[in-house]
Design a protein around this ligand. Structure first.
Ligand SMILES: *Cc1c(COP(=O)(O)O)cnc(C)c1O
Length: 358
C-alpha cells in the first residue's frame, strides 16, 4: 500500500533528540529559541516566531493575543479542519462560516465581504492543501472594513502569494508541525507575529509569566519542549528540498492524470502541495475504496463533513461550494518519499478508476 502521508524521520532527527536528552535540558529552552529564530528567517521572511505545543494552541493563543473574545465574530471557512473554528469558539468569540471559491478551496472574498457585520473582528483564511488564499482581495476587504487578518497556515509552510510568504500577512499566522504536515516536530506549532501580539503570545503560552512567579496575565502551559524543537530544526533544513519534490510530484500528476479534475494554481500562488486534491464527480467514496483496495493506493478525504454541520456547531447554512467540495474531493499521495514507480502506479490507478466510473 502506498501511504497517503508519511513523516520522514532520519538519523539526524534521532541524533538531535539524543543530544537534547543527554543535555538534561528537556523543557522549553535554547533549542526552542533557536528553532523560532531559524523558522522566522527561513519561512516567513524574518518575521518573529513563537513556538508552541500544537498548531491549535498557536491559533488559540494568537486569537487571544489579538484581543478576540466574547461578542466578537471571526469569519472562517467551513471547509477546513475543525481546529480553525474551534480556536475561535474557545476564545468565546463566534466563528462565522463563509463559503469557499471552487478553484482552490479557499475562502471566497465575496462571501467574506457578505458576512461582515458590526461585530466582525477579523477573518481567518486557511491556505488549504498548501495553496494560499487570495490575500490581495482578502486584505483589501479587511482594510476597507477595519478587520484583522489571521492566517491558518497549518498546511502551507513555504507557500507564497504574489511573492510574499504566507505567514507574513496577518496579525498572526499559525503553522502546524503535526507529523503529517509538510514538516514536523512530533507535535507542535509556530506562530508568526510581531510587537504586542508576539509579547502576549509568549506570555500566554507560559502561564502569563515573563519574570518567574510574577504572572502578568492568565495564561496556559502551551510550551514546546527542547526535544520537539530539536526535531523541528532538522526538519527545517530539509523543507526546501521536500517542497520541491512535492511540486515535482504534482507536476507529474498534472501532466498524466485523465478523467478527474486536477487542482488549478492561481497565477499569484506558490502551491506547496500539502495535499494533491482532485475532484471526483461520480461516486467519490466508491472511487476511494477502489483506489485503496484494488490498486493499493492510499488516499484521504479532507474533509467529508463541513464544520458548520459537525455536531459541535450544528448550523443550518447554505454554503453550496463547501458542500460540493465535501462531496467531491479526494487527496492522493504527493509526499516527498514517493518513488517514480509509486507515481506511475498512482497515475495508472487513478486513470483506471476514472475510466471505470465514466
Ligand atoms: C493540522 C491543522 C490544524 C491544527 O494543527 P495541530 O498541530 O494539529 O493542532 C489547524 N488547521 C488546519 C487547516 C490543519 O490542517
Amino acid at each position: 500500500m502506498i501511504p497517503a502521508a508519511r513523516p520522514i524521520i532520519g538519523d539526524e532527527e534521532r541524533a538531535a533528540v539524543d543530544r537534547v536528552l543527554a543535555s538534561g535540558a528537556l523543557a522549553q529552552g535554547t533549542e526552542v529559541a533557536a528553532f523560532e529564530q531559524e523558522f522566522g528567517e527561513q519561512v516567513v521572511g524574518g518575521r518573529h516566531c513563537v513556538a508552541v505545543n500544537s498548531g491549535t494552541s498557536g491559533q488559540h493563543l494568537g486569537l487571544l493575543a489579538a484581543g478576540v473574545g466574547p461578542g466578537d465574530e471571526v469569519i472562517v471557512p467551513s471547509f477546513t479542519f475543525a481546529a480553525t473554528a474551534n480556536s475561535v469558539a474557545l476564545t468565546g468569540a463566534t466563528p462565522v462560516f463563509a463559503d469557499i471559491e471552487p478553484q482552490h478551496f479557499c475562502l471566497d472574498p465575496a462571501a467574506v465581504e457578505a458576512a461582515v457585520t458590526p461585530r466582525t473582528k477579523g477573518v481567518m483564511p486557511v491556505h488549504l492543501y498548501g495553496h494560499p488564499a487570495d490575500m490581495t482581495r482578502l486584505g483589501a476587504i479587511a482594510e476597507q472594513h477595519g478587520l484583522q487578518v489571521y492566517e491558518d497556515a497549518a498546511q502551507a509552510h513555504a507557500a507564497a502569494w504574489d511573492g510574499a510568504p504566507v505567514g507574513s500577512f496577518g496579525t498572526f499566522a499559525m503553522f502546524s508541525l503535526y507529523p503529517t504536515k509538510n514538516m514536523t516536530s512530533g507535535e507542535g506549532g509556530m506562530v508568526s507575529c510581531e510587537g504586542d501580539v508576539e509579547r502576549r503570545v509568549r506570555l500566554l503560552r507560559n502561564q502569563g509569566m515573563d519574570k518567574q512567579y510574577e504572572n502578568e496575565l492568565v495564561g496556559l502551559n502551551n510550551r514546546m519542549t527542547n526535544i520537539h524543537a530539536a526535531i523541528g530544526r532538522v526538519q527545517l533544513t530539509k523543507l526546501a528540498g521536500w517542497t520541491a519534490q512535492r511540486q515535482a510530484n504534482a507536476a507529474f500528476f498534472d501532466a498524466h492524470l485523465e478523467g478527474v479534475t486536477t487542482p488549478p494554481v492561481a497565477p499569484q500562488a506558490t502551491h506547496v502541495y500539502h495535499q494533491y486534491t482532485i475532484r471526483v464527480e461520480g461516486d467519490r467514496d466508491r472511487f476511494a475504496t477502489a483506489l485503496r483496495e484494488e490498486h493499493g493506493v492510499g488516499c484521504g478525504v479532507y474533509y467529508p463533513i463541513p464544520n458548520h454541520r459537525l455536531p459541535s456547531f450544528a448550523l443550518d447554512l447554505d454554503l453550496p461550494e463547501t458542500e460540493r467540495a465535501a462531496r467531491e474531493v479526494l487527496s492522493i499521495p504527493v509526499h516527498p518519499s514517493l518513488t517514480q514507480a509509486d507515481l506511475e502506479t498512482i497515475v495508472t490507478a487513478v486513470n483506471a478508476c476514472a475510466k471505470a466510473g465514466a
